[in-house]
Design a protein around this ligand. Structure first.
Ligand code: AMP
Ligand code: ZN
Length: 113
């Protein structure tokens, strides 16, 4: 786990956060720079640099993330939502620890930018 990884530091409590979801394997926090009225990052506690770097053993926690997103969307009564993962700089990934963006609370255009 890289010392400087901002999500690992949040998970370890070195950077204070108010998780909206927290279990053994997954944490969810509000994005610091929200792109929609609801913008939550759903994150595996294991440091995995990207989806491209994930392996078969990570399939369970990546599946759990979808169930957490479903639960949060229901808890927050989102009419619809989008779950986005950016992989690689060209696709907009800026933090090298897998995180899924849960976006909702407004109409979301398609195709995305
Ligand atoms: P991505 O560009 O897909 O790698 O997404 C990284 C996201 O992390 C961006 O939406 C940032 O706004 C968000 N972010 C960066 N630092 C923090 C932080 N300390 N707390 C919450 N969200 C953060
Ligand atoms: Zn990390």
């Amino acid at each position: 786990m890289p010392e400087a990884c901002i999500l690992c530091r949040i998970i370890k409590g070195e950077i204070p956060s108010k998780p909206v979801y927290d279990d053994e394997r997954v944490i969810a926090i509000r994005d610091i720079n929200p792109q929609a009225p609801t913008h939550i990052l759903v994150v595996p506690k294991k440091h995995i640099a990207s989806l491209a770097a994930a392996d078969e053993a990570d399939a369970g926690v990546l599946g759990e993330i979808q169930m957490v997103a479903k639960k949060l969307s229901a808890d927050l009564k989102l009419e619809g939502f989008r779950l986005v993962l950016n992989n690689g700089r060209i696709a907009g990934q800026s933090v090298d620890h897998i995180h899924y963006h849960l976006l909702g609370g407004r109409r979301l255009a398609w195709p995305p930018g």
